[in-house]
Structure formats: structure tokens, C-alpha cells
Design a protein around this ligand. Structure first.
Ligand code: ADP
Ligand code: MG
Length: 432
């Protein structure tokens, strides 16, 4: 007989209203299950709807479609037995560690003595022994996060939902907490039956999970499942570990760049495609790194990421920008410089600006659009509102700002037009 199913999610859909009145489709057709004894990872880029999905599971919000069942029952509001660990916790500064953990039990209305016993046990378990009477301000970031874990564990939940719980910590602290958590899990000391771990960190997913579910963006949906079969604890230097990381990289990259148009857009089309801001120096840095030995124009994305000390969330937008500007091609986990990309690598600063400017005018219609508006105006200037309003008719406020930020910084490098933050004005004056 198989392990009991803790959580079953089928065809879940969730939208949010956009400022213009349209709906933003964040989750669509989400399927997943969590069985007893499993740690399942949900790996996706930021903005893909992972936190939204966790809120649905926790019963804090409702889907517009689909079903969520917990222990065979439809989720309808917050359920006992489901606890959440967040990226960073709002600890009460005026309460001690012990009191902050006991808060987790408030809703259960247990006898005082049991509350104390369970809180002390959770504190002990998570490595906070001796800090019971300390106040949050006296603790390091890692210790504070442990208090958060203790607060979630003290209720002895069936399911622990973890929303990027290690991402706000420095590298070493995060690694310690991960290792401690996995050790406790393997020793069956944690009072929980299953874990759903949300992360954007591939290594973390491979280190911790039995199964990793890749989550797509726009809309968010589980697109692939990858079983991690190597025994734990897992070493990052183990070739099998690296193979899993590579495989996930390739899968994610392949799915990611589908959204970037491969053909030159005709004028007017794609004018309102959202852009991700990536600094021109990062773009130049990636081009230079790929052009140089040992890559000589073509590199494995995982290799180049670790060379540049970039995380997945940071590398993808840069690679995507290269692809958008036709300076590079991303395919099957590799990035390959185009003819223009190679020329950029060899060029001096002036020629680089020219190449960049031409790429912007050809492949980023919004840059050309702004330039034309400025060219046509007698004072060659226009207020920010002129463009932000236009963008907001087609995308969210947040995406509009990000898109404009990207275009402004690229145009500045290309000396295509300039933008004055103070007066919020676009103009053709060279900022220098
Ligand atoms: P992730 O956790 O993967 O980074 P989120 O679930 O936080 O992603 O957000 C996914 C998308 O849904 C984002 O575009 C975000 O702006 C939008 N979103 C999330 N919550 C709300 C909300 N309450 N109202 C409107 N939009 C929201
Ligand atoms: Mg999130």
C-alpha cells in the first residue's frame, strides 16, 4: 500500500484584478500532490505564483477554479495541521523566544502546561536551547529564522509549507539551517508528515527534496516533475548531484526562453511586451565572460552562472536580455553569442554603444517608440506619465515600472535618449 495522500490539488486557477479592469491569470491548471513522508519542492521564478499557491493551500485565499483537498477534505479556510514557514518572520519584539513560539499554539487552546512543554521541545529541537528568554533583537538573523521554524513546528502540523525559508539568510547560515532540518527529518524527529518547499534555488531543491516540481511563469503551473533518487544527506560535489542540477537547469531554460520572440518583431507589434530590468553592465559582463576562454563564444549556463557568481534568478533575465537583443542565443542549457554578440565583445566602448543602440531600435519596439515621440516633439522632451500611462493600459503597474526602468537604463547606455529622475522627464539631451 502506498503512503497516505496529505494534499491533492487539481486544476487550480487563480486570477487577480489588474488596475485596468482586466484579470491577471497567475495560476492555471495547477496539479500537484503531497504524500506522507515526502519533501516536495516547488521550483519557479519569482512572480510565478508560488506564494499565491501556498496561500490557497493554507486556506488563506480561495481559487477561482479547481479543487484542493487536505486529508481527503476540501480546503475551506485555514485548516488545523497545516503550518507555514516564511522567508522572514514577524517576531514580536516585546516577547521572548519562548513566548514567540508559544504564540504558535494560541489557536489550539491547550492546557498551559502542555503549551510550555511543547514550546520548550520545539525550541530544543531546532537548536535554540538556552535562548528561551532572549528577545528577538538579541538574536542573529539565522536564530530568528529558527524561532520561526519552532513556531511552525510547535503545532505538530501534518504539512509544513515553506515559502523560501532560507532565501533571506546569508549563505552559511542558510546551509546550516538546511542541514539541521534535513538531519532532523531523516532521523524522524520532526513532528510533521510532509513538506512542501517553495524555492527559486535549484541546489536547495536538489539537496532537500524527494521530488522537484518545476513551476512555469505566466501563468504558474507545474510543468515537469523530477524525482531526486540519490540517498541523503546529499553532497553538492557528488557528480549525481551535479547531474540533477544540470538537468533542472536545462529544463528550466528550455521552458523559459519560449517566451522570448525569436523573430524580429515588426513595428508596432510587441510594443507592450513587459521587460525585465537588467543592467547594461551585467549584459556586457555576460557577453565578455562567454566570449572569453575557455568558452570562446558558447557556454553551459550553469558553468557561466557559477563563474559570474550569479543565482538562477539573476542569470536568466540577463541571458534573456541577450536573446532579446539578438546578442546571444539560449538553447538547451547553453548560451551562444551571435555574430553581433561577438562583435560587441571585441568592440571598444563607443562601438559597443552603437551596437547596443541598433539592437534596441531593432528589437525593443518601446525604445524606438519613445525615441520617435521625443524626435517629433519640438522641445524633444516628454514626461514619464506619457509612457507609464500607456504601458499601464497593457500591463500591471508593477510591470510597467519595471519595463520602463529597463528601457531607461538600456537607452542611457546606448545614448539613445536620457531620463531625468528628478523632473521625471525623458529627453534627447545627452546626460553627460
Ligand atoms: P511568487 O511567490 O512565485 O514570487 P506570487 O504568488 O507572490 O509569486 O505572485 C504572483 C503574481 O501574482 C505576481 O504578479 C503578483 O503581483 C500577483 N499577486 C499576488 N498576490 C496578489 C494580490 N493579492 N493582488 C494582486 N496581485 C497579486
Ligand atoms: Mg513568493
Amino acid at each position: 500500500m502506498g503512503a497516505a495522500t496529505l494534499l491533492e490539488i487539481h486544476d487550480v486557477r487563480r486570477t487577480f484584478p489588474k488596475p485596468g479592469g482586466d484579470q491577471l491569470l497567475v495560476l492555471d491548471g495547477v496539479d500537484l500532490s503531497l504524500r506522507e513522508g515526502e519533501i516536495v519542492g516547488l521550483l519557479g521564478r519569482s512572480g510565478s505564483g508560488k506564494s499565491t499557491l501556498l496561500r490557497l493551500i493554507a486556506g488563506l485565499a480561495k481559487p477561482q477554479g479547481g479543487t484542493l483537498t487536505y486529508l481527503g477534505r476540501a480546503i475551506d479556510g485555514p485548516a488545523g495541521g497545516v503550518a507555514m514557514v516564511f522567508q522572514s518572520f514577524a517576531l514580536f519584539p516585546w516577547l521572548t523566544v519562548l513566548e514567540n513560539v508559544e504564540i504558535g499554539l494560541e489557536a489550539l487552546h491547550l492546557p498551559e502546561k502542555e503549551i510550555r512543554t511543547r514550546a520548550l521541545a520545539a525550541i530544543d529541537l531546532i537548536g535554540l536551547d538556552g535562548y528561551e528568554s532572549a528577545y528577538p533583537r538579541e538574536l542573529s538573523g539565522g536564530m530568528r529564522q529558527r524561532v520561526g521554524f519552532a513556531r511552525a513546528l510547535v503545532v505538530h502540523p501534518n504539512i509544513l509549507l515553506m515559502d523560501e525559508p532560507f532565501s533571506a539568510l546569508d549563505v552559511l547560515t542558510a546551509e546550516n539551517l538546511r542541514t539541521d532540518f534535513i538531519d532532523l527529518w531523516l532521523d524522524k524527529k520532526l513532528p510533521i508528515k510532509g513538506v512542501l518547499l517553495v524555492t527559486h534555488n535549484i541546489e536547495e531543491a536538489v539537496q532537500m527534496c524527494d521530488r522537484v516540481l518545476l513551476f512555469s511563469t505566466n501563468p504558474g503551473r507545474v510543468v515537469t516533475e523530477i524525482k531526486i533518487d540519490t540517498p541523503r544527506p546529499r553532497e553538492r560535489t557528488d557528480p549525481a548531484f551535479e547531474d540533477y542540477v544540470d538537468r533542472i537547469y536545462v529544463e528550466m531554460t528550455a521552458r523559459r526562453v519560449e517566451r522570448v520572440p525569436r523573430q524580429a518583431p515588426t513595428a508596432g507589434v510587441n510594443l507592450y511586451a513587459p521587460l525585465t530590468h537588467v543592467s547594461s553592465s551585467l549584459i556586457a559582463g555576460l557577453i565578455e565572460a562567454v566570449a572569453a576562454a575557455p568558452y570562446n563564444g558558447k557556454a553551459d549556463l550553469p558553468d557561466i552562472a557559477s563563474d559570474l557568481q550569479l543565482e538562477i534568478d539573476e542569470l536568466f533575465p540577463v541571458a534573456e536580455a541577450l536573446q532579446l537583443l539578438r546578442l546571444g542565443d539560449v538553447e538547451g542549457g547553453d548560451i551562444k553569442l551571435t555574430h553581433m554578440g561577438k562583435r560587441f565583445a571585441d568592440a571598444d566602448n563607443n562601438e559597443r554603444k552603437e551596437i547596443f543602440s541598433r539592437a534596441l531600435m531593432s528589437y525593443v519596439p518601446l525604445a524606438g517608440h519613445i525615441r520617435r515621440v521625443l524626435d517629433e516633439r519640438t522641445n524633444h522632451a516628454a514626461p514619464r506619465r506619457r509612457f507609464i500611462d500607456e504601458l499601464e493600459d497593457h500591463m500591471t503597474e508593477e510591470a510597467s515600472q519595471e519595463t520602463l526602468r529597463a528601457v531607461v537604463s538600456w537607452a542611457r547606455f546606448a545614448e539613445l535618449f536620457s531620463y531625468d529622475k528628478e523632473s521625471e522627464t525623458f529627453s534627447l539631451e545627452n546626460p553627460t
